[in-house]
Design a protein around this ligand. Structure first.
Ligand code: AP5
Length: 218
């Protein structure tokens, strides 16, 4: 099953993608994580993306489509994938559709995580993330230790106030049109109210995917 997660920055896409991946047994593909790893490794892709990411702008479609091409043709995604923030422009949605059709696949589900702006800003301005495994935390200070891998928690450069503002604007102008594009393709986009405790949001997402928490299909 190929699942596309849409939603503004801070809506909890990454948090929920980890949980859905564990529950459904398919990998999470987060283009933000792939780009940050490329940046840390100093690859040409990472160097190209850095300035865009620091400002909170989208990196060029060509870079994202290159990443998607690599991952969708990898054996790791043979059973499906949860695409976290991997489709943020209409050309990316079109490009993904074409590359999946070439390998006899398609996007099966699109979930849209919905949270109001005030809560998004609160979440992002208090977030720290693990330098190593990228797990996000709320209310934990930079320099603390990651519970999962023991890595160091840091603040993301794009979680500074100006970059947060820009990311929200970029989401409205460039990513929201993707919702209508999927609807025009007769694809159902299921809105998930994500302004609730993390467990509750997971339950809502599983229900939207037709999966119950006990593992029985609903
Ligand atoms: P990316 O890393 O994907 O950032 P983003 O989309 O801005 O999303 P975030 O990671 O900020 O938020 P999230 O929705 O995953 O929420 P999270 O679970 O962390 O991308 C970074 C950059 O890379 C982009 O700006 C762009 O430059 C580039 N990029 C990536 N993909 C691209 C693409 N396809 N095209 C072009 N450029 C691309 O949660 C946020 C916080 O809230 C955490 O602290 C978490 O603990 C907390 N939280 C989560 N759920 C809840 C809850 N239910 N209640 C309370 N707190 C919660």
């Amino acid at each position: 099953m190929i699942i596309v997660l849409l939603g503004p920055p801070g809506a909890g896409k990454g948090t929920q993608a980890d949980r859905l991946a564990a529950r459904l047994g398919i990998p999470k593909i987060a283009t933000g994580d792939v780009l940050r790893a490329a940046l840390r490794d100093g690859t040409p892709r990472g160097k190209e993306a850095k300035a865009f990411m620091d400002r909170g702008d989208l990196v060029p479609d060509s870079v994202i489509l290159g990443i998607l091409q690599d991952v969708m043709n990898s054996p790791a995604t043979a059973k499906g994938a949860i695409l976290d923030g991997a489709v943020r422009t209409v050309p990316q949605a079109e490009g993904l559709g074409i590359m999946l059709a070439e390998i006899g696949k398609k996007v099966d589900k699109v979930l849209l995580f919905d949270v109001d702006d005030e809560e998004l800003v609160k979440r992002l301005s208090t977030r720290t993330v693990c330098e190593g495994c990228q797990t996000p935390y709320m209310g934990r200070l930079p320099g603390s230790e990651c519970e999962k891998c023991g890595g160091r928690l840091v603040r993301r450069k794009d979680d500074e106030p100006e970059a947060i503002r820009n990311r929200l604007e970029v989401y409205r102008s460039q990513t929201e049109p993707v919702i209508d594009w999927y609807k025009d393709q007769k694809m159902k986009v299921t809105k998930v109210d994500a302004d609730a405790p993390v467990d509750e949001v997971t339950a809502r997402a599983l229900e939207a995917l037709g999966e119950s928490e006990s593992g029985v299909k609903t």
